[in-house]
Write a protein that binds this ligand. Structure first.
Ligand code: C6P
Length: 409
């Protein structure tokens, strides 16, 4: 099969693949949980600590200026990566979860009131569900859930019933971490905006795999995490429309987010710094910028094409191995994150047995328990693919599944 990326060569960028798993070739199929890191990102962070380390936005000596330049260059890269027009729209966070909670505590508390509705979907990750449950409980708002069909796609035909004049926020994932479904966010955003609601996009699974443009999506807020896209843990982005960020109250209080402080009150720094209290995760942000640059060199269209090819190959191989696959069947409608069950074998047993063959997959509810109930299963096994995965990795998985079947025969 021909794929646009030479994954076998790219693998050499990732030092972890020099290690073995149970003495065998490491077959890493859990990138939806967290991706591996190329030496370009690791080296950039080492270089920061070795020659640029100082606190940002504070020192007036040259080293501190170097640190600030590196940190702000990462912000520019993160803005460019999602088509944001200004660095002012890019708030650095610890990741997607913190970004969504930031919106909950700031915009949410100021704008969601008793009787309002927050529309989610049946396929949300807990990170884009629990914060809204908490907000609904404290405000008296109601949560509603746009259903999915049995093929794992959103029932956009029902939008008219679910988006009402009470809807104040629609929050949904661009790509499901369980089903792989790529959701028609723009269609939903148009419906949300037609009633004056705001649109928040959870791009944790999409940003590593798809070219994203916040303007094309017409997103008011969008969140993503560095660690799923070749970057370090502890770094992520909240994109927010500038006028919304301007109007929002601050999140955490402390240093850096203020302009003037008096004993009894304070005034706030400009955006995005108003939302970045305290010393940030500087090296992690710099590493995130390096991850963006790494992906830009590959090209997100090539990344996407590679993954369509991997999803196609993996889904047919898994089906041939007797697995039941969840989510859309057409690889062009989904990402290469593939949840499956293997007969009556518990997904945890599947993951444990394939691990013996050097194959890393995730098993469980994938932080999406309501979706698991909708699918009628307590758990699934999940293989997720990225730029460094090859068809050989799929073969290693299906060979390992044969061992699994022999074991439970
Ligand atoms: N999903 C998975 O294995 P954080 O942990 O903040 O970087 O991302 C949270 C998150 C939010 N939304 C979606 C759609 C996600 O998939 C995730 C993280 C991982 O599926 C870990 S549970």
């Amino acid at each position: 099969m021909s794929l646009p990326l030479d994954a076998e060569t790219l693998r050499k960028d990732f030092p972890v693949f020099d290690t073995l798993a149970h003495g065998k070739r490491l077959v890493y199929l859990d990138s939806a949980a967290t991706s591996q890191k190329p030496h370009q990102v690791i080296d950039r962070m080492v270089r920061f600590y070795e020659s640029e380390n100082a606190n940002v936005h504070r020192g007036i000596y040259e080293l501190a200026e170097r640190a600030t330049i590196a940190y702000e260059a990462a912000r520019e890269a993160c803005a460019r990566f999602i088509g944001a027009r200004s660095h002012r729209s890019i708030v650095f966070t610890r990741g997607t979860t913190e970004a969504i909670n930031l919106v909950r505590f700031t915009w949410g508390r100021a704008n969601i009131h008793d009787g309002d509705e927050i529309l989610l979907t049946e396929m949300e990750h807990h990170s884009n569900l629990v914060p809204w449950q908490l907000l609904a409980q404290e405000s008296g708002a109601t949560l509603r859930f746009l259903p999915i069909d049995d093929g794992g796609k959103l029932r956009v035909d029902l939008l008219g019933d679910y988006v009402t004049d009470r809807t104040k926020l629609v929050a949904m994932g661009l790509m499901s971490n369980v089903l792989g479904t790529i959701n028609p966010v723009r269609t939903v955003a148009d419906a949300a905006h037609s009633v004056g609601a705001r649109m928040l996009v959870d791009a944790a699974q999409a940003a590593p795999h798809l070219a994203i443009d916040v303007n094309e999506l017409d997103a008011d807020f969008l969140a993503y995490s560095a660690h799923k896209m070749c970057g370090p843990t502890g770094a992520g982005v909240l994109y927010g429309r500038e006028d919304l960020l301007e109007a929002m109250p601050p999140f955490h209080g402390g240093g850096e987010m203020i302009r003037e402080v008096y004993p009894d009150h304070s005034t706030w720094n400009e955006i995005p710094y108003k939302f970045e209290a305290g010393t940030p995760n500087i090296a992690q942000a710099v590493g995130m910028g390096a991850a963006v640059e790494y992906l830009e060199v590959l090209g997100m269209d090539a990344v996407r094409e590679h993954e369509i090819g991997m999803a196609r190959y993996a889904m047919s191989a898994l089906e041939a191995a007797g697995a039941h696959i969840y989510g859309p069947k057409d690889p062009s409608e989904r990402g290469a994150v593939i949840s499956f069950t293997l007969g009556e074998v518990h997904p945890h047993d599947v993951a444990t047995i394939v691990d013996q063959e050097g194959v890393c997959i995730r098993a469980g509810h994938h932080c999406a328990q309501p979706l698991m109930r909708r699918l009628g299963v307590p758990a699934t096994a999940r293989a997720s693919f990225y730029i460094y995965n090859t068809p050989e990795d799929v073969d290693a998985l299906t060979d390992a599944l044969e061992k699994c079947k022999e074991w439970f025969a």
